[in-house]
Ligand binder design. Sequence first.
Ligand SMILES: [Mn+2]
Length: 181
Amino acid sequence: MPVTVFTGNHDLWMFGYFEQELGIPVFRAPIQREIGGKTFFIGHGDGLGPNDKGYKRMKKVFTHPLSQWLFQWLHPDLGTRLANFSSQQSRAAMPPEERDWLGEDREWLLQYCHRKIGQGVAPDYFIFGHRHLPIDWLLNNGRSRYINLGEWLHFNSYAVFDGNDLELRFFENQGRVVGNR
Ligand SMILES: [Mn+2]
């Protein structure tokens, strides 16, 4: 089965291993693809939209070769501890029971989709993760949909494209999709 990986905020230091050893393509920025006559705009979703300025700054630092060079001089005991700490910080920032729809003005990825549509990018599906909430939202051009895949730790949610339409599903779990359709 072909696998494609999109790096997100937990994978900023994913380098060539998947591509070189496993032949799995890795994308570090959103891509657009046509699949079965439908158009898809796919990405992880980190650092997109109007806000999240702190993360955008941090991403610049983390992806800079100088920071990566400096980090490799830390003793692995310290480096691993630092990496675990920073990763837990961001996971704890949004516990599953608090993951409610924030409203159209506070959902950054929704705003990102609308901005893209304003720029003439109007795929059938915008597909993101990162928000950790299963979302299927009809956008304001009346045609494009913002799909958020949710996540696998609590909701077990995923999306299936049957060649005609795309649907969010839940594996062995009663799930709820946030939507406006
Ligand atoms: Mn993320």
